[in-house]
Design a protein. Structure first.
Length: 77
């Protein structure tokens, strides 16, 4: 990777305290961009989850929700 990956345990601290749940979900879906996702160095998971879920949006949403909640649970507060 050309860019150093983000420390995913410090997302809340980098956001001034609150965990940016909506932004994290947007990045996972590929709707919000980050510098790490600007190239193919780091895949966007939304399309991967869509393929795994056989294009069932409820399954994709559940996978994204679970990942967002997991990332919230590992935040250094």
């Amino acid at each position: 990777m050309k860019a150093q990956p983000a420390n995913l345990t410090k997302l809340a601290a980098s956001n001034g305290g609150p965990y940016p749940e909506a932004h994290v979900a947007g990045v996972i879906k590929g709707e919000a961009l980050t510098t790490s996702h600007g190239a193919n160095d780091m895949p966007v998971w939304g399309p991967v989850f869509l393929a795994l879920g056989q294009h069932q949006s409820s399954e994709v949403q559940l996978r994204i929700h679970n990942l967002v909640k997991y990332l919230d649970s590992i935040q250094q507060r």
